[in-house]
Write a new protein. Structure first.
Length: 335
């Protein structure tokens, strides 16, 4: 499971941690020859840039170049972009002589020259610097959403598009044509998943994932299945009903896991998913059979060993065990 973030190049650090926890690869759209450069005036941006550089070095983050999308799919993208913006209120207002009140600054290399010249001519964009233009906010968000969608579907790596603001999703993915696959309403299950705690470092998350590959794969399959159902939602009401259902599914499965942990005084260490007995030796001898203590070493008889192994298999088979393990490692907090 891979995530392509839009609309900005830099991914906010809180979002970045969440994506790293649940995804294999992360990307964002960059102009050609782009390099990460820190901004001394913005500490949060610097943190994002530094973190993304680190993730790029270890192969988790990779750049998606806008030129690769524009070279192959320019004509189709332009057609869909025009079909979308002519229905927007801002387009009609500008046609009537109004000037947009809010703007985004975009690298010119992210825009096909045909689109750039058309937007400037229509009053929806203005030249800014030698390598950027400012574009009316609503129009820019539509364009970046479409660019991200094309890059995610037709690029070398398949991504799910993600963003930190539902406004952009609703704006870009509102269907125009019933059978239009690109502009179908899309939402992400990420909004109901636990997020890493503020003091959790990216390094801790990366190391946790390396130890939990099997559990993460099971969890990703569950998430992919749910996203497939969400993608078929015809309106916000249906989407929210599905989201509410699966939020309860997560809660139920986590409760079932906790029940398994408590049965027969069996628990599991959060950072190893290996079992240990939480009660005192005396309580165990009273409650269970087949336990032998010799020179301080706890030995389990075959009956108890089989019972523990069975519980361990049940834990591993539950796709939400990844969340339980992350909670045990203090990566997230689900209490």
């Amino acid at each position: 499971m891979n995530f392509l973030y839009y609309p900005t190049i830099a991914i906010p650090i809180d979002e970045l941690k969440k994506y790293v926890l649940y995804a294999d690869k992360i990307s964002s759209i960059v102009p050609d020859d782009y390099c990460f450069i820190e901004d001394n005036e913005d500490n949060r941006l610097n943190e994002s840039i530094t973190s993304m550089s680190y993730l790029e070095e270890i192969g988790i983050y990779e750049k998606t170049y806008s030129s690769n999308v524009l070279i192959s799919y320019k004509d189709t993208l332009i057609d869909e972009f025009m079909a979308r913006i002519i229905k927007e209120e801002i387009y009609r207002k500008v046609k009537a002589g109004h000037r947009p009140s809010t703007w985004w600054e975009l690298y010119t290399s992210k825009l096909d020259n045909t689109i750039k010249e058309m937007l400037i001519e229509e009053g929806l964009a203005e030249k800014s610097t030698y390598n950027t233009v400012i574009v009316a906010t609503e129009i820019a968000s539509i364009y970046m959403g479409l660019l991200a969608e094309y890059a995610s579907i037709y690029g070398k790596t398949f991504y799910s598009t993600v963003t930190n603001d539902n406004y952009y999703k609703e704006l870009v993915y509102k269907p125009i044509i019933e059978n239009d696959r690109i502009l179908k309403l899309k939402f992400s299950i990420l909004s109901i998943l636990p997020v890493p705690t503020e003091d959790t470092s990216l390094e801790d998350i990366v190391h946790f994932k390396e130890r939990r590959k099997e559990e993460l794969l099971r969890f990703q399959i569950l998430i992919t299945d749910i996203q497939g159902i969400l993608a078929k939602a015809q309106d916000v009401r249906e989407f929210r009903e599905v989201m509410d259902k699966y939020e309860k599914v997560f809660c139920l499965q986590l409760l079932e896991l906790e029940s398994l942990l408590k049965e027969n005084s069996i628990s599991f260490v959060g950072n190893t998913i290996d079992c240990f007995i939480s009660n005192s030796i005396e309580d165990l001898i009273e409650d269970l059979t087949g336990i032998n203590v010799s020179r301080g070493i706890l030995k389990l008889g075959p009956v108890i060993e089989k019972k523990i192994f069975g519980k361990k298999l049940l834990i591993r088979a539950n796709p939400t065990s990844y969340l339980l393990s992350a909670n045990g490692d203090n990566i997230i907090n689900i209490r």
